[in-house]
Design a protein. Structure first.
Length: 327
């Protein structure tokens, strides 16, 4: 990367150390290289120098200086015309400031040591430098649905700020195991990360436990397939890692097709289903005008789940959390 970039910190990256934020995006950077860039002031946060252990706030603008290229096999390979066409085929909405994609299940949002194909790597389809869209929030690799990006540093900062101030209203659809009782409500259950590496999980925590993070999820059951499974609308009121998956497991109704948070019973019921979690709807302020109301059609993976349990997507209200259709 041979140009200076300004990247907005996404809402779910709030609290991450500056050096770790860099390593997540550019894992090929050596620690010595990164420390030199930070110490010399080439890296800045909101225009000011920052230390490697500084905790980032959502919406903060990080100045990223020119970085050494990663090996072509890992990052920054020139986009093929096929990849560029694929990236553009995901577009749900686009204007001069905002790009919205319908992220497919199985496609990571950002790269890592074992991930060479991801949304961030496809954004060159819209250009490089200041014209390259910027991520403002994330979805899990196996979660499909609405993903919003800013098309300028200013738009990205405003969008990130909307997520950080909880002005983004997110509605997910999920198929879970069992017959949830109560069928609607708010689960207020702090979460804490435990484990190492790929085995890290978010688990329930005591409110005063060190590193515990407050987490609230609003939920409503839209339809049931007898005692076997339920189609639910989930609204995260906070933005913790794997929050919905961890909360549904804690309720005793794990999301079907979840290899990480499922149990033996849910895995048996899931069979060959992939993760049944879809970012269906997002309502948030446009960076400069009005309100964005965005919906993603069901993914092929979710359609399989709906077909298996006899659910009809037209049964749900646009907003299952209010008005007719709430049950």
């Amino acid at each position: 990367m041979n140009e200076v970039r300004t990247i907005a910190v996404a809402a779910d990256e709030a609290g991450v150390r500056l050096d770790r934020w860099f390593r997540r995006r550019w894992p090929h950077l050596g620690q010595g290289q990164l420390q030199k860039l930070i110490r010399s002031g080439q890296v800045r946060v909101d225009g000011a120098r920052a230390k490697a252990d500084a905790r980032l706030e959502a919406g903060a603008l990080v100045r990223v200086p020119p970085l050494p290229d990663a090996p072509p096999s890992e990052r920054d390979r020139p986009l093929s015309s096929r990849d560029a066409a694929f990236a553009r085929s995901l577009t749900l909405y686009e204007d001069d400031e905002v790009l919205v994609l319908n992220k497919p299940a199985g496609l990571a949002v950002q790269g890592g040591t074992k991930t060479s194909r991801h949304v961030d790597g496809l954004l060159g389809a819209w250009g490089e430098g200041l014209t390259r869209p910027r991520l403002v929030h994330r979805l899990d690799r196996d979660t499909s649905g609405v993903l919003v990006l800013g098309k300028s540093p200013q738009a990205a900062a405003r969008l990130s700020g909307a997520f950080a101030r909880r002005r983004a209203q997110k509605t997910y659809w999920a198929i879970v195991m069992g017959f949830p009782k109560p069928g609607e409500g708010v689960l207020d259950l702090p979460l804490v990360k435990r484990g190492v590496g790929d085995r890290e999980l978010m688990v329930p925590a005591e409110p005063k436990e060190p590193r515990a993070e407050a987490a609230q999820t609003e939920f409503v059951t839209i339809a049931r397939a007898g005692p076997r499974a339920a189609w639910m609308a989930l609204r995260p009121l906070t933005g913790r890692t794997h929050q919905l998956r961890a909360h549904m497991k804690a309720m005793g109704h794990p999301i079907l097709g979840d290899p990480k948070y499922g149990d033996e019973a849910s895995r048996e019921l899931s069979g060959d289903l992939k993760l049944q979690l879809h970012a269906r709807r997002l309502v948030l302020p446009h960076p400069t005008k009005g309100t964005l109301v965005l919906e993603a059609p069901l993914s092929p993976e979710m359609r399989e789940g709906f077909a298996r349990f006899g659910f009809d997507e037209h049964e749900a209200a646009h907003d299952p959390f209010q008005g007719p259709g709430r049950r």
